[in-house]
Structure formats: C-alpha cells, structure tokens
Design a protein around this ligand. Structure first.
Ligand SMILES: C[S@@+](CC[C@H](N)C(=O)[O-])C[C@H]1O[C@@H](n2cnc3c(N)ncnc32)[C@H](O)[C@@H]1O
Length: 255
C-alpha cells in the first residue's frame, strides 16, 4: 500500500473522470488565476498526461512538466507533439525537487498531493516548490475539498464517463478520520467488458490544513477558490484551489 502511487498511475488510471471535457476550461481558469504575462516559466508539478501543461504552453508559457510516471510523460510528449508546442518533460519525485529560483509559477492540479505517509514528506514537497519559485512567484494547488467530502460522503458511487478504454467505474471509498486518509478501491470496466481492480489512497485536507502546510513551508497564502472558474472557496465547494506566493525580494532603495 505504501508507495501505491509508483504503480497506480497510467493513461488508463486517469480515464473515466471526464477529464477531456473539463481540461480546456481548467487551463483557462488556471491561466487567469495565475495572471502571468506570457512567456512565463511554469512548472506543472505532477503533470500526468500533460493536459494542463500543453494548454499553458499553447498560451505562450515556457512549461516544464514533472512526473514520476514514465508512461504518463510519454503521453505528455505525444500530446505536445500533436498540439505543436514544446514542453520540457522531466521524470522525478515531487519530494525531491532540485530547482532554485527557476519558475514564475508552480501548479499542482487534480489532487496530486497527499500521497505520502508522513507530514514531513508533504512539507518536503512544499519546501521544494518554494525553492523552485522566483521571489514573488506563485503556487497554485488544487485538491479535493475535505469539508465537501465530509458533508457528502458516499461510500459507493459509479462513474459513467465513457472515455478512452473505460466504460464505467465503480468506486468504494473508505475514510480514516485519524489519518485523514481516503482509500478508493476502484473497479474499472473497459469497453470490451473486462474488469480491473485498482487502489488509490490520498490524504484529504481542509483549507485550514492546507494553509498551515503552505505557510510552514514559508509561502504566503493569497487566496482560496472553490473551483477553476474562480468561484470563492466554501465548505460546499468540491475543490479547494489555493493560491500562495513566495515572498517578493525586497527592493533596495533607489534601485
Ligand atoms: C491524479 S494524477 C493528476 C495528473 C495531472 N495533474 C492531471 O490533472 O491530469 C497525479 C499525478 O501525480 C503523479 N505522481 C504521483 N506521485 C508522484 C511523485 N512522488 N512524484 C512525482 N509525480 C507523482 C502521478 O504519476 C500522476 O501523474
């Protein structure tokens, strides 16, 4: 179960969530929230198939996509070639970012956070993000809103989003209030009727939890949204989209 993320994520694992339909609106929303003039240097941390990275590159940004999954990085390379944009794709572990003052923005989207056993590892990710940002650079993180989950917890639900090879998915959730970990045992039915069992586990965070983590890592929270359309965060928004900033460099007087 530990390190489940090393083997879980694949093209197929990201199918059945209706992502192709949502992606262009998400990219527009992210670009608007970041408010960067192109070309800016952007890191898509845990870029997966590169669906946002490609969109941000198409807006004129210089985008680096980092992910652990070689398969997903290959998908991102294909997609960037198809769309005629350039991405810098890097295989790496989000806990071990090596960048120093390299990016104007770092984004971490679609609950690509909370996969590790300890809070130390969460903070290691966020410290890496802060170091990777230029002074004044911004960090945008998008995760499932724990408050929403607690109010609408449904232990079993079905997704009918015919997409790629996936026809339908059955989700069986369990939540551990002590660790705040959500487990999902997901049965995926492919178009030809075959069944696959998958498992994913991530920690869910309240806005309060996230603010504390981001501030522990030395970034300043700027704004909390409840979705990519820029709606305000609320207890009943499905997503938490938090925007934080690395402290701008002090201007020396007279400069
Ligand atoms: C839920 S997916 C989201 C992908 C993408 N951001 C999107 O919105 O489609 C999470 C991604 O995190 C990546 N990932 C998981 N653990 C990682 C780690 N330790 N370091 C880097 N990437 C990781 C997975 O390979 C996967 O692509």
């Amino acid at each position: 179960v530990k390190d489940w993320w090393k083997t879980h994520f694949s093209r197929k694992s990201l199918e059945g969530y209706g992502l192709p339909k949502k992606t262009s609106a998400e990219v527009r929303g992210v670009a608007k929230m970041l408010g960067l003039r192109a070309p800016a240097d952007v890191l898509d941390l845990c870029c997966g198939t590169g669906r946002h990275a490609v969109g941000l590159a198409a807006l004129g940004h210089r985008v680096t996509g980092l992910d652990w999954s070689a398969e997903l990085l290959a998908a991102a390379a294909e997609e960037s070639a198809r769309r005629g944009v350039t991405l810098d794709l890097v295989r790496g572990d989000m806990r071990r970012l090596r960048y120093r003052r390299r990016f104007d923005a770092v984004v971490n989207l679609f609950t690509s956070f909370g996969y590790f056993e300890t809070e130390r590892e969460d903070i290691a990710v966020l410290n890496g993000v802060r170091r990777a940002l230029r002074p004044g650079g911004v960090f945008l993180i998008d995760v499932l809103n724990k408050e929403w989950l607690m109010r609408h917890f449904t232990p079993k639900f079905r997704q009918d989003n015919p997409e790629g090879d996936v026809r339908r998915a059955y989700n069986r959730l369990s939540f551990d209030p002590v660790t705040s970990r959500l487990d999902n045992r997901r049965t995926v039915i492919s178009r030809d009727g075959r069944k696959r069992e998958t498992f994913l586990r991530f920690k869910v965070y309240t806005l309060h939890d996230l603010v504390r983590l981001v501030e522990t890592a030395g970034m300043k929270v700027q704004k909390a949204y409840g979705g990519f359309d820029g709606r305000p965060y609320g207890l009943d928004t499905f997503r938490t989209v938090l925007m934080a900033q690395k402290t701008p460099a002090k201007r020396s007087s007279g400069a």
